[in-house]
Design a binder for this molecule. Structure first.
Ligand code: IVH
Length: 792
């Protein structure tokens, strides 16, 4: 026995095991071991092969990583041409196809009872990718080729070898010596989204749709790039074969599947054309939830002898047809770009399109998000653009067709003045902080500076202010608000509380009863909890969650109004940018006036429901070390600030420290950085202001080691799913939040507990998969009682 013998055996064993797992995972869709175990086997094989390179074979599961790059693709002649399909768009087209099949097979006239003969058809989805032909000789993958012009394609062997679900070696036995399988290479939607996100992040090219992404990934001269792309293969037929595989299309695909070739999970046999139409409708309904894009379904006469009898037209078979769905993408002309003004003043470009029917719906407008998007797409007015509409998703402009750009195409400019109120339009700034300095960089959003003087912003602000989750004023619809603003009856949310019967009764759609009801609803909204009121103000980037955090942690509107940005960043989930938004909202004099009017007893007389107390989560995080962290002193990280805090205990002492003290606390470079930082008067002042504010808010400076224990569930994230019967969802959420927990909408490894009521589905499954604790509603109730919650 040679010394490599045991290694060779283990290598064979590992390969066989990995191949079996690949098959279960990619073809049967029934993995039997966790990914981590697969990875372990894979690494063991890699390690053994590294020790014994002479044992590496082209078919080893490790050999998918991508070979050397090519300078050009070679040519491949298809012995059996790769054809295309005729199309059916309407039901009648399919019925005509069925009649011609029956005629071709001599079946016309029906049976004795006039019931018609039913041809059997295989039904498959028509995947939207690229056709390829894979050639196996003696069970080994020897070549992969694109369709090309149908007779000659390109040799993409190195690339197809990197596609995870393409077997490098066939399973089982009995395969013909030569077996060409044909099918579609495609990119699943999720993989496409992830790829585009990665590309956008790294400044690379993004793709307009999964098909383009699949094409761009497969036709790469460097197989390593292909290897990094989430491509998959799905087989729908055969090309050249040295022996027939089966006598029907369905049996053939099932046989290929048994040999390890992936086929569609949606493959079905239909008896007669009506069953085909049922299949078309069923897949059509599920189209959006499939993991990949399809543009139709394909029906093929199931019996292979019948296929041969029917034969071919020039480039399409008489025995198969594609039944197409309405396209999700269409071309149309970009007539203009207009600008809409939103609640926070964001000026958003909107595409006005020459109306076009996309997936069955007329589309005349599409959002363009922001000017960066316009630049990314390279849009000009007059361009021919690709519009995509998938399901209920808002139509999107996916790209332009540069060849169709007219000579008089016009660039898109952001207007200098607001299209609604004429105020100046400014580009937003993003705050970046590094090395103790704040710098502002240009954001992608432009804003009208008119605030509530801008009718568009005022309308949206009022709509938001009265909405259910904000001040919850019923009976004040969008149309009424538009009228109130247009007729200048209100110029700010405060004016709502000054509305009179005489003013409302004159509005469209109001009579005595509805008018009184509205006045009552306005009066009833006068005592809002602080969080709702903050949310209602419509501060940019402050949603319901952030409003709750502000209210709970700071306890009073006064503190929220005064808080310095750095102090706000003490709160969970509030970053520097949001902190600046909040700060500058309250610094704005007009906003201050409106708020003062809302609260003044002799004006609107709102009475906020507020605790006045600092929340535990806030007081628990205040420490000298954390405050020094927030100053971002160059070269001094959390380790350094902790040392400073341990040694000096107060900010004054840090500021007063001499060089020797400092040097005994920190390494020389950091010690010098601290002294240099505080030598700048502005920095020292800022630190003092933050400290003073924390103290003014009633926060006791914590001695470093003794961090107050927060609320019982502080730091935990809970998820509620299924239907709850003992509590309303809002109630359950409120209880958890009072105990300091965060309530999230989706389950992740960081989730602490999932409360699953009856009918819980995917979230519960995910929790189980991740090993997250899940409890039922009764256990949840017990837990709340144990934590001292009083349930009514
Ligand atoms: S059969 C002779 N089956 O559609 C039959 N094609 O328009 C040739 N396609 O080039 C094709 N899914 O790229 C067939 N289940 C399916 C298909 C399918 C997608 C693509 C394929 C072909 C094109 C024909």
């Amino acid at each position: 026995m040679t010394t490599t013998q045991p290694a060779a055996q283990r290598i064979d064993q590992l390969r066989a095991e990995l191949e079996a797992h690949n098959y279960r995972y990619h073809v049967l869709d029934e993995p039997s071991i966790p990914d981590a175990e697969y990875d372990r086997l894979f690494r063991e094989l890699q390690a053994l092969e590294a020790l014994h390179p002479e044992l590496i074979t082209a078919q080893s599961p490790t050999q998918r990583v991508g070979a050397e790059a090519l300078s050009a693709f070679g040519e491949v002649r298809h012995e059996i041409p790769m054809l295309s399909l005729g199309n059916a768009f309407e039901e009648e087209d399919l019925r005509a196809f069925d009649r011609s099949v029956q005629a071709g097979l001599g079946l016309q006239g029906g049976d004795l009872f006039g019931g018609g003969v039913q041809v059997q058809y295989s039904c498959e989805p028509k995947l939207d990718g690229l056709a390829v032909s894979l050639r196996y000789e003696n069970g080994l993958l020897v070549r992969g080729a694109t369709r090309g012009d149908g007779s000659t394609g390109e040799d993409i062997t190195s690339n197809v070898r990197t596609i995870r679900n393409v077997p490098l070696k066939l399973q089982g036995n009995g395969w013909p010596e030569v077996l060409e399988v044909r099918g579609e290479v495609f990119m699943p939607k999720a993989g496409f989204e992830a790829l585009n996100a990665r590309q956008a992040e790294s400044g690379g090219k993004t793709f307009a749709n999964p098909r383009n992404a699949a094409a761009g990934s497969l036709r790469q001269l460097d197989p390593k790039i292909t290897a990094s792309r989430p491509l998959e293969f799905c087989c729908y037929g055969v090309g050249q074969v040295s022996a027939e595989v089966a006598s029907s299309q369905v049996a053939m695909l099932e046989q290929l599947k048994a040999w390890g070739i992936p086929i569609s999970r949606e493959l079905k046999l239909a008896h007669g054309v009506d069953a085909c139409l049922d299949y078309y409708r069923d897949i059509g309904q599920r189209r959006m939830s499939l993991a990949y894009d399809i543009d139709g379904v394909v029906f093929k006469v199931n019996n292979i002898e019948d296929q041969q009898q029917l034969g071919f037209r020039a480039r399409t078979p008489h025995w198969a047809i594609a039944h197409k769905y309405p396209a999700q993408e269409e071309l149309t002309e970009l007539l203009d770009v207009e600008f809409q003004v939103g609640r926070t003043g964001a000026v958003t470009p909107v595409a006005r399109l020459k109306p076009v029917k996309v997936a069955g719906v007329m589309v005349a407008n599409a959002t363009l998000h922001n000017m960066d998007e316009v630049a990314r797409l390279g849009l000009m007015i007059g361009d021919t653009v690709i519009i995509r509409r998938a399901g209920d998703v808002i139509p999107q402009v996916m790209g332009v067709v540069p060849e169709r750009r007219p000579a008089d195409a016009k660039p898109v400019h952001i207007p200098e003045n607001c299209p609604v109120c004429g105020s100046h339009v400014e580009r937003t700034q993003l705050v970046k902080r590094s090395k103790g300095k704040e710098t502002f960089i240009e954001g992608s959003v432009y804003r009208c500076v008119g605030r509530l003087a801008c009718a568009a912003q005022l309308k949206q602000a009022i709509i938001h202010f009265v909405s259910r989750r904000a001040m919850d004023i019923e009976g004040l619809g969008d149309k009424t608000i538009e009228q109130l603003v247009d007729e200048q009856l209100i110029a700010s949310p405060a004016d709502l509380y000054r509305l009179t019967y005489a003013q409302i009764i004159n509005l469209e759609g109001f009579a005595e009863v509805s008018c009184n009801k509205l006045l009552q609803a306005i009066a009833d909204s006068r005592k809002p909890p602080l969080a709702r009121f903050i949310y209602a103000l419509g501060i940019p980037d402050v949603g319901e969650e952030t409003a709750k955090v502000l209210a709970r942690a700071l306890g009073s509107l006064e503190r929220v109004q005064q808080a310095l940005p750095e102090v706000l960043t003490y709160l969970p989930d509030i970053g520097l940018e949001v902190a600046h938004e909040i700060h500058s909202f309250f610094a704005d004099s007009h906003n201050r006036e409106v708020i003062a009017a809302l609260l003044a007893a002799d004006q609107c007389g709102l009475q906020l429901e507020q605790s006045g107390e600092l929340g535990a989560e806030f007081s628990a995080c205040a420490s000298l070390a954390s405050m020094l962290d927030k100053l971002h002193i160059p070269s001094v990280g959390p380790g350094g600030t902790q040392k400073l805090a341990d040694k000096f205990v107060t900010l004054d002492a840090v500021l007063a420290a001499d060089w020797l003290d400092m040097r005994q606390t920190l390494p020389e470079k950091q010690a010098a950085a601290v002294r240099e930082f505080f030598a700048t008067a502005e920095n020292a002042q800022r630190a003092r202001a933050i400290e003073a504010q924390l103290e003014a808010f009633g926060m006791h400076w914590l001695s470093e080691k003794k961090v107050i224990e927060g609320l019982p569930l502080a730091g935990q994230t809970w998820v509620l799913t299924g239907s709850l019967e003992l509590f309303s969802r809002d109630q359950a959420k409120a209880e958890l939040e009072k105990l300091g927990a965060k309530v999230a909408g989706s389950v992740s490894a960081k989730t602490s507990v999932v409360v699953a009521g009856p009918g819980a589905g995917s979230k519960l499954a995910k929790a189980r998969e991740l090993g997250v604790v899940s409890i039922d509603e009764e256990a949840f109730k017990q837990r709340l009682l144990a934590l001292g919650v009083e349930l009514g």
